[in-house]
Every structure is written in structure tokens, then in C-alpha cells.
Design a protein around this ligand. Structure first.
Ligand SMILES: [Zn+2]
Length: 203
């Protein structure tokens, strides 16, 4: 047990994702997206409130505006753009700056970081992610996602994670490119969304 107050991971994560979205979408597009979702766009300094319903509305608006493929691509880009924010907000507390982590060999470090990111999503979003190892790949399974009942939300979440994992792996390996792809999706009737990360970089 720690004595510190429980952190409101959700609010912090919402802030990080909004900043990532602002990097990817211009401000007119942000305004239009929030308007078509019927959700108030928080200003850059104001408090954030984004309960589950707002996230569902935004995920639906994303798909309506960009289509199934465009919305996935946008979610991937927002995931990439959010990685640095995730590190700034959660990185030190979750051990990304610990000597023990930094001194691990490249692949052990990559794997250990996936566990750390999974812990961040558990805290921030109530999404339970299972990280498992196969001979050639790591699997990132969205095992239990409260906010993901709507397949459009789950698709947005899993593609956001896909972009974030790509950026994380590039960061953790000094710029190498790793293949990360979704190999199963609840939106297609699979029991869970599963991302597969090949353990060897492409280059
Ligand atoms: Zn999926």
C-alpha cells in the first residue's frame, strides 16, 4: 500500500490523448469532430471531463467523419502522437526511468516496457491488457475493456494502442521499426482485440 493519494489516471490520460489529437488534427477539425459528436471541446487550459459516454460519441463521430479505414488511421496517428505525453505523465512513476529498466538488453527492455504500458492502461482506462510471449512475437490482448462495449470504441482504442506501441518500440530501441498489427478484433466477431508485435525489428 502506498500512502499517496490515488492518482486520477483517467483524467491525466484524457488530457494526454487530447493533446495527441490536437497534434494530429488541426483546430478546425477538432472543433468539427467534437461538434458532430455533441461533446463539448475542452479548452487547452480548462479541466477535462470525458466520461465513457463522451468517448463512445467521439469514437462514433470519428468513424462517421473519416470512414472505417480513415478513422483507424487517425486513431493510430493519435496513438503515436500521444506516446511522449504518456511518458511525461506516467513514465517516471511507472519505472521507465529506473536504472534497472534502462540497463536491460534491448529485447528484454522492450518486453518489460510493454508490461509497464499495460499497467498504465489498467490504471488510466480500466482496460486490462494481457501481455504474452510467443516464439517470434509478443501479443497484446485487450482482455477486459469496460468502455469498449461498442465495437467502434474498441476499434478506436486498439488502433490508438497500435500507434502508441509502434512509437514506444521505436523509442525503446533507438529508432528501429517494429511490425505491430491487429490480428484479431472484436469488431470482426473475435473474442478480443489482439495486437501482435514481432520481436525482431524490420530493419
Ligand atoms: Zn479490434
Amino acid at each position: 500500500m502506498t500512502e499517496s493519494e490515488p492518482r486520477n489516471c483517467f483524467t491525466e490520460m484524457t488530457q494526454v490523448v487530447l493533446e495527441g489529437a490536437r497534434e494530429v488534427l488541426n483546430s478546425d477539425e477538432m472543433t468539427a469532430l467534437f461538434e458532430s459528436a455533441g461533446v463539448r471541446l475542452p479548452d487547452e487550459t480548462g479541466p477535462i471531463s470525458a466520461p465513457g459516454n463522451d468517448i463512445q460519441r467521439l469514437a462514433k463521430a470519428l468513424e462517421t467523419r473519416y470512414g472505417p479505414l480513415g478513422s483507424r488511421g487517425t486513431a493510430v496517428r493519435i496513438g503515436r502522437a500521444s506516446f511522449q505525453g504518456v511518458m511525461q505523465v506516467f513514465g517516471s512513476e511507472d519505472g521507465f526511468e529506473d536504472e534497472e529498466y534502462r540497463m536491460l538488453p534491448v529485447r528484454k527492455r522492450a518486453r518489460a516496457g510493454l508490461e509497464k504500458l499495460a499497467a498504465i492502461f489498467e490504471c488510466a482506462c480500466g482496460i486490462h491488457v494481457a501481455v504474452t510471449t510467443e516464439p517470434e512475437a509478443w501479443l497484446w490482448t485487450l482482455a477486459d475493456c469496460e468502455t469498449c462495449h461498442d465495437p467502434r470504441v474498441e476499434t478506436a482504442v486498439s488502433h490508438f494502442m497500435l500507434g502508441l506501441l509502434r512509437e514506444y518500440l521505436a523509442w525503446s530501441s533507438g529508432g528501429k521499426v517494429f511490425q505491430v498489427e491487429e490480428i484479431a478484433c472484436r469488431a470482426d466477431g473475435d473474442p478480443n482485440c489482439v495486437l501482435r508485435v514481432l520481436r525482431l525489428p524490420l530493419d
